[in-house]
Design a protein around this ligand. Sequence first.
Ligand code: FE
Length: 247
Amino acid sequence: MTRIASHRGGTLEFGDSTPQGFSATARMNVEEVEFDVHPTSDGAIVVHHDATLDATTDTSGTIAQMPLAEIRGATIRYSAGGHPLTLDELCSIYVDSNVDFRCEIKPGVNGLPYEHFVDRVVALLRQRNMLERTTFSSFLIPSMDTLLQASDRPSLWLVSPPVLRQLGQDAVVKLAVAHGIKEIGVHIDTADATLQSRVAAAGLDFGCWAAHSVWQIEKAFELGVKVFTTDRPTLAMAIRERRGASA
Ligand code: FE
């Protein structure tokens, strides 16, 4: 069965990385909740997509340069007044949920990995008994290298359309194998059966991200990918149920 991951807690249904989106996803019949993490200036770990608060909240500032109290003062747009969550709070929401974590390790505003960050994320998830329920992901090869050293949990490499275009399918697969990567995810619009079979032939799992429209979600099910992320988890569940009922 193709797994559904609620992207940032279902951005198009609940706002971007909002408390209400994460709470709603925890009660859904989906397999994973996707979220992104950044460090604060005072040692906390915040769940937010962007490295800054500028685009998605009523506040501006770079998360890694702000103390947690200040970040908590920000109101996320389209969130019914919600504020950014810490990773610790997200663990509390999911402790009794059947939905597992897909934790994306984000870079800082300079595009480079945060120093010594992966170890702290892994340690917190272990402490909260969520590590065994977590799959990690990253667009950055250096972060993938770090993840594979820091934990034996599954980690998937997110391959962006420009990277796939520049390197080509074969080089992407070779690079993944060379780095010990076991799974890759591509944008749904760049996924096709050829790439899927090349990835499978190398012994790697294959998934997609950003399947938000009906036809993108249908495509992910049609290809039979392992997992896809979507900003519209409710829509994806409805499509999966309909397909299951007519199968
Ligand atoms: Fe993400």
